[in-house]
Design a protein around this ligand. Structure first.
Ligand SMILES: [Zn+2]
Ligand SMILES: [Zn+2]
Length: 836
């Protein structure tokens, strides 16, 4: 008997899948298109090709592949493509260090990713492979840019921006984490620069409202996006500086505290600051302060516990509710990014204003009664951020602040001094980068077409002249401007509008633009007449199951939602949301620590695949814990999984050599029936584990139990052909159920025992007769109406029953687009979902 030889088995099936193009699917209208099946778009976030794939990639693609296989065997036509997010800083930084051109390094890495994905046996439709760095792809990224420009959704403007001094480029707000560059960790600086933006703020309300269109996204991802968008309702109130005839609008969520404003603060970046101090005694001190603040990180400035600093401007504004003159200050705790960059300070009811008032000896005026021991810092119980009756507030005295809220806003509006307003934390998406390795922004600057003010005109490159190809250069080092600026032959061009001399835009696009639409290009990747065929996009979208890391919660996942909506508005797509269901897989650690090259604790998937085979490596990463949570890598764990697969292999060999009867479950009894019952239990368990949020660890463990049970009973069963049939059934069932995780071994075992191809067989269905009676028929209602009956374990806790109910397609049809207002669970009986 030969032992388990993953090398031979895996090579055999990989060759067959490649030769037969097993996982390729056709588009509507193409030969081979199967319109009889429902479609399912299963997608893992595309990898950033740098060096070799790491263990996080192995987990992501192993999880996604299991889902793809499960759906195929449930009768879905599954599209499961692959590509590379190939532009970006690491390749360029490597080029600066080693001189190896970014294209060469990237292609080299792509080769390694592609080879390993094939060696892992991931069921990819390779005919749809793409790289975002190829002119065939970025031509359409540029086309999308031009369409947005046409619609006013892309624009160029001078604005305060976040600058990473190490990477010598601007960053999007989303790429600044705790005041540091998301990529290299350097504290960012504020600069004022002309940059390109996408008007994502115009979509803020839709990005919030359309969470309702999503089927299932992790709640914490939705919450992170909601907080990032940061919608708050309040009022915009105008404070006037009479001396200079200047109006200062402020946004406040607390117009009910207006009577308590005792001073007024501007952010150091406020554009009117210069006019306020020019030629005044405060000028020198204010300038010195502003310069000092410019060197502080956003993290330092945002620190709540920091001592408050600032400088009086020697000017005042009028409080519109009571006509009081209140002094003006500049202080770094006010940020230009929030609201209007100016605040009315109400020290009695805001802790930061309170501290500033104490530091500068300013009056603290209570206008709302009440106190809260959590926030109170003095004997008067101030500051007090809570609610209560109003006081010292003129005509509103005695009213509850929440009741007076609308009245105050209406009164101000009537006086022309304010109006109700909504503020967002979200800023427009800064998309230009002063770097080489990205898609060139397809515009030129033409003086001849320019306006009378002498500024050159921005002239879009016509679509038929795309792509604007990235030229080859020698020096990639950024010098505060794009390295492309030195490519004079490329920069100097002809204006497509007037034919005169023009200069190309030398900034490139943020790589997050490339990755915001790649899932559409997969649907029609070789189209050289359009970015995609509308019919193909309409057929396959949205992505039914998206899989990736939670670190993309507010970067990629929000940008892709925005771009999808913008493209739908441009009438190029029908869907409003790109990803109906999202699954975020947890991170794998080693010895409890995050893996990193610098710590030297990384796991190389190639090493484990070489040693144990891909099936072991894939099954292990799905088995090490619930996939949505992290797990700690353990070599013993890998060996354990390898032992289990070897045992399944030996069982197959043993039983394959023995003569078996045709299986007759009805006639089986004793140990044969016991083993059949275990097999059906495993079918039921694995199926349910897939359905309730991909609980792969418990699914795999059920198959292990089945194999153990077969080992326990096999010697007693080998005596007669009916018994052999039961063992054979158990082994084949184990292979069928482990196929999504260990496809090579499973295909081989199935072929030997049953003949044919396991992936062409429908997913097994448990025979209720043989299932132990520890299940019951769960009644699922929506708004009291019966929608489904589901087999559920007798002892299942409420949460499991709810998950089962929600997983039912029949039930989902009645939940679509609705909000659940109540969940009623009667254990052992029913689930009723109340929606509206
Ligand atoms: Zn950086
Ligand atoms: Zn021109």
């Amino acid at each position: 008997m030969a032992g388990y030889d993953p090398k031979a088995i895996e090579a055999k099936w990989q060759r067959l899948w490649a030769d037969e193009k097993t996982w390729e699917v056709a588009n509507p209208g193409q030969p081979g298109f199967d319109g009889s099946k429902p479609k399912s778009y299963v997608l893992e976030m595309l990898p950033y090709p740098s060096g070799e794939p790491h263990v996080g990639h192995l987990k992501c693609y192993a999880v996604g592949d299991a889902i793809a296989h499960f759906r195929r065997r449930h009768g879905f036509e599954v599209i499961h493509p692959m590509g590379y997010d190939a532009f970006g800083l690491p390749a360029e930084n490597n080029a600066i260090k080693t001189g190896e051109p970014p294209r060469a390094a990237t292609e080299h890495s792509i080769d390694s990713f592609r080879r390993q994905f094939r060696e892992w046996g991931i069921s990819i439709d390779w005919s749809r492979e793409l790289g975002t760095h190829t002119p065939e792809y970025y031509r359409w990224t540029q086309w999308i840019f031009l369409r947005l420009l046409e619609r006013g959704l892309a624009y160029r403007e001078e604005a305060p921006v976040q600058w990473c001094p190490k990477d010598a480029t601007v960053l999007a707000n989303e790429q600044v984490v705790d005041g540091r560059c998301e990529r290299c960790g350097t504290p960012v600086q504020q600069r004022r620069l002309e940059q390109w933006f996408f008007r994502i703020t115009e979509y803020a309300d839709r990005l919030l409202a359309d969470f309702d269109l999503l089927e299932s996204w992790p709640e914490h991802v939705v919450t992170m996006q909601r907080n990032w968008i940061g919608r708050s309702e309040g009022a915009e109130v105008t404070f006037r500086c009479a001396e200079l005839d200047l109006d200062f609008p402020v946004f406040t969520t607390r117009p009910d505290t207006l009577f308590g404003a005792t001073f007024f603060v501007l952010a150091p970046e406020h554009p009117e600051l210069d006019r306020l101090i020019a030629g005044t005694p405060a000028e020198a001190e204010v300038r010195e302060y502003v310069n000092r603040v410019a060197r502080e990180s956003a993290e330092e400035r945002g620190d709540e516990d920091r001592e408050k600093t600032g400088v009086p401007l020697g000017r005042s504004v009028v409080n519109p509710v009571n006509g009081e003159q209140i002094p003006m200050f500049v202080a770094d705790y006010v940020l230009m990014e929030y609201g209007t960059g100016a605040i009315m300070a109400v020290p009695a009811h805001d802790s930061r204003d309170y501290e500033f008032a104490k530091a500068f000896g300013l009056p603290v005026k209570r206008v709302i009664e009440g106190s809260d021991p959590e926030t109170a810092r003095d004997e008067d119980g101030l500051p007090y951020p809570g609610d209560g009756p109003m006081t010292a507030s003129g005509r509103f005295d005695g009213k509850h602040n929440r009741e007076a809220y609308e009245e105050i806003v209406a009164w101000l509006a009537g006086e022309g001094r304010g109006e109700s307003a909504v503020n967002y934390r979200l800023r427009d998406w800064l998309v230009s980068r002063q770097r080489y390795w990205g898609a060139p922004i397809p515009v030129v600057y033409c003086a001849q077409c320019g306006g009378e003010d002498g500024a050159p005109a921005i002239v879009p490159v016509p679509a038929e002249q795309l792509p604007v190809e990235l030229p080859e250069i020698d020096d990639y080092a950024p010098q505060g401007r794009s390295p492309l600026a030195a490519a004079e032959d490329w920069v100097a061009t002809e204006c497509p509008r007037c034919g005169g001399p023009a200069r190309r835009e030398t900034d490139t696009m943020d790589t997050f633009v490339d990755s915001s639409w790649y899932f559409i290009r997969y649907l029609d990747p070789r189209n050289d007449a359009a970015a995609w065929d509308r019919a193909a996009a309409d057929h396959w979208l949205p992505v039914d199951q998206y899989i990736g890391g939670v670190e993309h919660a507010i970067l990629h996942l929000m940008y892709a939602r925005f771009l999808t909506k913008a493209l739908a508005d441009l009438d190029t797509l029908t869907v409003q949301e790109p990803f109906a269901n999202l699954f975020t897989q947890g991170m794998i650690t080693r010895d409890g620590a995050k893996m990193s090259k610098s710590k030297g604790n990384t796991v190389s998937p190639a090493e484990y695949v070489e040693r144990y085979g891909a099936d072991t490596a894939r099954t292990y990463v799905c088995f090490m814990g619930p996939p949505e949570r992290g797990g700690d890598w353990s070599d013993e764990g890998v060996e354990g999984v390898n032992r289990f697969l070897s045992r399944l292999w030996r069982l197959c060999e043993e039983v394959g050599e023995r003569v078996a009867d045709e299986l007759d479950p009805g006639a089986s009894d004793g140990e044969a029936r016991e083993l059949l019952a275990k097999a059906h239990w495993a079918i039921d368990k694995v199926t349910r584990d897939f359905q309730r949020g991909f609980q792969f660890n418990t699914a795999i463990s059920a198959v292990m139990e089945l194999v153990n049970e077969a080992y326990r009973l096999k010697d007693g069963l080998y005596g007669d052909p009916a018994g052999v049939a039961a063992v054979r059934f158990a082994a084949a069932t184990a292979a069928s159920l482990i196929f999504p995780f260990a496809p090579h071994l499973a295909a081989e075992v199935w072929e030997r025992l049953e003949g044919g191809r396991v992936w062409e067989r429908p997913w097994p269905v448990a025979d209720p007769e043989l299932l132990a009676s520890d299940t019951f028929a769960l009644v699922v209602q929506v708004n009291g109406k019966l929608r489904d009956r589901i087999e559920a374990p007798a002892e299942a806790p409420e949460a499991d029953l709810l998950a089962l109910a929600r997983a039912s397609e029949k039930v989902q049809r009645h939940l679509d687009g609705k909000q659940t207002v109540k969940e009623i669970v009667v254990p052992g009986k029913l689930v009723n979902l109340v929606v509206r």
